[in-house]
Write a protein of this length. Structure first.
Length: 647
């Protein structure tokens, strides 16, 4: 390679003569003017197309508010129009080059090389714009505008230098440069590019560290903080190691090894960049109020896609490094065992990715109809009497069970598919599973009865999550519905688990309406008609109340005398309310009726024992009669207290 430098001047003149057809640098100047004209014409055409389609672009990409999927579609449409404009620019410029140059003219190849360089650089810039916060704040990365602009400029410059060097290096071969001189130019150019990469890493060391920390606030641990702040050191080592392997392959003439080293470095870089994106998306999802657009990838947990992305690129990157280092990976993959391993790995990867995508589609479709807060969070009310929580809809009750069932089915199918991809015969497994299922069915009849009973209860819509029911001698709010049992939360706090087979009947207190009847005792001399009017007036006032009125289905009214007791008459009033609202209305109705009766001078009757004492009895007999009356009063009071305790 060093010896080829002796003939470098001769080969340079030959390349210039072949390129310009003996016209010299004047022809190169003409090519530059033609290239400038190509870019100008292509830019004008791109601008005209953009101006013509401005209304369409604004209409399809302006919907940046509302649900997340609309925001994502808006961002994708913006990217799509940018790519379409770039394609129009490249095609027009290439078509203009065909008008000015002959088909096999080397200058046309040179201008096409320049055009490819500009196109690749613009393509990279469009992609970089996705990760930089703009005026609409649709960035995938959580970083400031200044940091994003600086990183984008350095990355775009790196792409331009790499594309320019690679394309012109290939162009030298077309002009007939000797092999060893071509290797030397490639080596020097590559070392120059790697040096620029190292300089770029160190110039961005603080900005990238700040970006990484801001996108890993909930993921970074103290042990890795030092590594993050000094990330440029291992990055420099990685670039230097890649440069060494690449240079060695170039010197030895192994072009495939040099390409493998470059691709390996690119894959390793994508690992860290992708983790920043994933973690930034997770932070944006958790802090939706602070961002105009959020990307909910992977739902509530991005751990699976982030881990899969990292492992996949790490394996690919290490495979390219192994190929570049001369471990003969390509030769091994060409063998029968290598092809089998590659095929199995590909099947496993595709199966896992498809399963994850399918699960995300199922989960997203189901979660769309479920409330944002779980029932356990919404029912933390410790002062209620049961049934005060708004019940869930039938879809909100059944969809979680459907989600669990589909998840189980999907996991089983994925496991069987993976085993089949690895060469395992799954027919005996399926047959064994059938036999085991039959044996379990006979041995666990109670379990089967629970499951089947639960299915019919759910089909009959006997209860839903959040409803207050009584069944199997227990009552409470339906907190969770599983495959074989029902979990009830009593209004005093205890959790009760009821198997479906134990539920003969279900009394649901949360459907349609609730009729509440209240009894109270009044003396015999009370004006019943006056009491009726007082209760009616109280009911009208409660019906006109802004808070209590909407909960009524029928107003509070008197039902007259219910029964006559020894010392008082029992009257009753009733009202009809929405399920769950009856407890508040009952408390307020009792308070208002008591106050209204007291305002009219009507007192409630108390339990009493009347003792008639004849006038002709002795004082001892009189004392005995009074003692018996006192005992009767005490017994009546204790019975009343015990009954209250039981209730």
């Amino acid at each position: 390679m060093l010896g080829s430098l002796e003939s470098a001047s001769t080969e340079y003149r030959n390349m210039l003569r072949n390129l310009t057809d003996n016209q010299g640098w004047s022809e190169i100047g003409s090519a530059l003017l033609m290239f400038g004209l190509m870019v100008l014409i292509a830019g004008i055409v791109e601008w005209l197309v953009s101006r013509t389609t401005r209304s369409l672009r604004n209409r399809m990409s302006a919907d940046s508010s509302g649900p997340e999927y609309k925001k994502i579609i808006s961002g994708c449409m913006t990217l799509l129009f940018s790519f379409v404009g770039l394609i129009i620019f490249a095609l027009v410029a290439y078509g203009v080059s065909l008008m000015f140059f002959e088909r096999y003219d080397p200058l046309r190849v040179l201008t096409t090389t320049w055009l490819f360089t500009v196109t690749i650089t613009r393509f990279a810039r469009i992609l970089f714009d996705v990760f930089i916060p703009g005026s609409d704040n649709k960035s995938l990365l959580n970083l400031s505008r200044d940091d994003g602009a600086r990183i984008c400029k350095v990355a775009t410059a790196a792409v331009f230098v790499i594309a320019f060097g690679f394309l012109h290096n290939s162009f030298f071969v077309i002009l007939g440069i000797s092999e060893y001189l071509h290797r030397f130019i490639t080596l020097i150019s590559g070392i120059f590019v790697f040096s620029l990469l190292v300089i770029g890493l160190w110039s961005l060391r603080k900005r990238v560290a700040d970006v990484w920390m801001s996108n890993h606030l909930e993921f970074i641990n103290p042990a890795s903080e030092t590594l993050v702040k000094n990330w440029q050191i291992p990055a420099t080592f990685l670039v230097s190691f890649t440069a060494f392997i690449w240079s060695l392959n170039v010197i030895l003439g192994e072009t495939s090894g040099a390409k493998a080293a470059s691709i390996g470095l690119f894959r390793i870089v994508l690992i860290f960049f992708g983790r920043m994106v994933f973690n930034s998306l997770e932070l944006q999802r958790k802090n939706q109020s602070g961002s105009d657009i959020t990307f909910n990838i992977g739902g509530k947990n991005l751990g699976v896609p982030r881990l899969g992305y990292t492992l996949l690129l790490l394996i690919i990157g290490m495979a390219f490094y192994a190929e570049a280092s001369g471990f003969g990976l390509s030769e091994f993959l060409a063998t029968e065992n290598g092809e089998r391993l590659l095929s199995a790995s590909l099947n496993v990867t595709v199966t896992v990715i498809l399963a994850w995508v399918m699960w995300e589609m199922i989960r997203s479709a189901i979660d769309r109809y479920l409330p944002a807060n779980s029932l356990e969070e919404s029912q933390m009310e410790f002062d209620g009497e049961g049934g005060e929580t708004a019940p869930a809809t039938r879809a909100e009750t059944l969809l979680p069970l459907l989600r669990k069932f589909l998840q189980f089915v999907l996991v089983v199918l994925v496991v069987l598919t993976l085993l089949a991809s690895l060469g395992v015969n799954i027919a005996p497994l399926l047959a064994g599973a059938g036999v085991i299922g039959l044996a379990v069915g006979f041995g666990a009849q109670k379990l089967v009865q629970d499951v089947i009973s639960g299915i019919f209860f759910l089909v009959d819509d006997a209860f839903r999550t959040g409803e207050y029911i009584e069944t199997a001698g227990m009552r409470g709010t339906v907190e969770k519905i599983s495959v074989r049992s029902l979990r009830l939360r009593h209004h005093l706090g205890p959790v009760q688990t009821v198997p479906y087979s134990e539920m003969a009947t279900v009394k649901n207190h949360s459907r349609d309406y609730i009729i509440m009847k209240l009894s109270f005792r009044l003396p015999y001399d009370t004006d019943i008609e006056k009491v009726r009017k007082i209760i009616k007036k109280c009911g009208q006032k409660m019906l006109a109340d802004d808070e209590l009125g909407p909960a009524f289905l029928a107003p509070l009214k008197s039902q007259g005398v219910l029964q006559m007791e020894d010392s008082a008459m029992v009257m009753r009033m009733k009202f009809t309310a929405k399920p769950g609202e009856q407890w508040v209305i009952r408390r307020e109705a009792s308070k208002r009726v008591r106050d209204a009766l007291q305002a009219e001078g009507i007192e409630f009757a108390h339990r009493q024992v009347i003792v008639h004492i004849p006038s002709d009895i002795t004082s001892d007999q009189k004392n005995k009669a009074l003692g018996a009356a006192a005992i009767a009063i005490d017994e009546t009071g204790s019975e009343s207290t015990e009954s209250k305790d039981l209730r």
